[in-house]
Write a protein that binds this ligand. Structure first.
Ligand SMILES: NC(=O)c1ccc[n+]([C@@H]2O[C@H](COP(=O)([O-])OP(=O)(O)OC[C@H]3O[C@@H](n4cnc5c(N)ncnc54)[C@H](OP(=O)(O)O)[C@@H]3O)[C@@H](O)[C@H]2O)c1
Length: 216
């Protein structure tokens, strides 16, 4: 039975990843900074992990091989940085969206190596420099751009593994809002297909939930 570790699983896309992999017969290990009735209902083991607690992230350990790690947890952060308080929140956004996913990937890499598995980060098209024609969302965009670079660097340091960043589409979650055109079921179904098909030739690359390359 393959095993997947997923962060940010109490709601949104993380919860849907848990449900679909579980339904597909995978062993799911979930992390969340706080659980939820919906996550509890799945019955999967939940490790409490706040991605802003970098010491806890760096020392996170499992006792089993991992076929797949999905760094899903993410946050918007401030839309602008015009004072020291907002700048501090921008740094906090970097911790959760960029530094913690990289640190956790490093922490679990031996487990993923043991299964010749895959390291996946959930990024966003909003982190694409080439795609940024409307501006705004400073902390979110820049932290995801940095995540993309961190994951490419991880891929180059982990040539025996498959590492990729994915854009889930604009999805109906608390982050995406009710007007988003894509449902969590469609997004996760698509990303699972993309993840399944990824080979070493795709390592270090950026794809959307339909398998299309996203420009950097
Ligand atoms: N929805 C979209 O349209 C869209 C588009 C592009 C990319 N994405 C990306 O997809 C991923 C999932 O987003 P979503 O749409 O599911 O958003 P969401 O509904 O807002 O869920 C975000 C998840 O991240 C968790 N999280 C936030 N900060 C955390 C922290 N410090 N420690 C641990 N967990 C933390 C949240 O937990 P709490 O409940 O504890 O806050 C929640 O489980 C994110 O990386 C996001 O950037 C989403």
């Amino acid at each position: 039975m393959p095993t997947v570790l997923i962060t940010g699983t109490n709601r949104g896309l993380g919860l849907e990843f848990v449900r679909q992999y579980q339904a597909d017969g995978w062993k799911v290990v979930a992390t969340a900074r706080q659980s939820s009735p919906e996550l509890e209902a799945t019955g999967v083991p939940v490790h409490r992990l706040d991605m802003s607690d970098l010491a806890a992230v760096a020392t996170f350990r499992l006792d089993q091989p991992l076929n797949l790690f999905i760094a899903n947890a993410g946050t918007y952060g401030p839309r602008d940085a015009s004072n020291a308080e907002e700048a501090g929140e921008w740094l906090d956004t970097f911790a959760v969206n960029t530094v913690a996913p990289f640190l956790l990937a490093q922490a679990v890499r031996p487990h993923v190596q043991a299964a010749s598995g895959k390291l996946i980060a959930i990024s966003t098209r909003m982190g694409s420099v080439a795609d940024n024609s409307s501006g705004g969302f400073l902390a979110y965009r820049s932290s995801k751009t940095a995540l993309n670079m961190a994951w490419r660097t991880l891929a180059l340091a982990s040539r025996e593994l498959v590492c990729a960043v994915l854009h889930p589409g604009w999805v109906q979650t608390r982050m995406g809002g009710a007007n988003a055109p894509v449902t969590p079921e469609q997004s996760i179904g698509g990303m699972r297909r993309v993840i399944d098909r990824l080979t070493k030739a795709d390592s270090g690359e950026f794809f959307d939930y339909q398998g299309q390359r996203v420009p950097w």
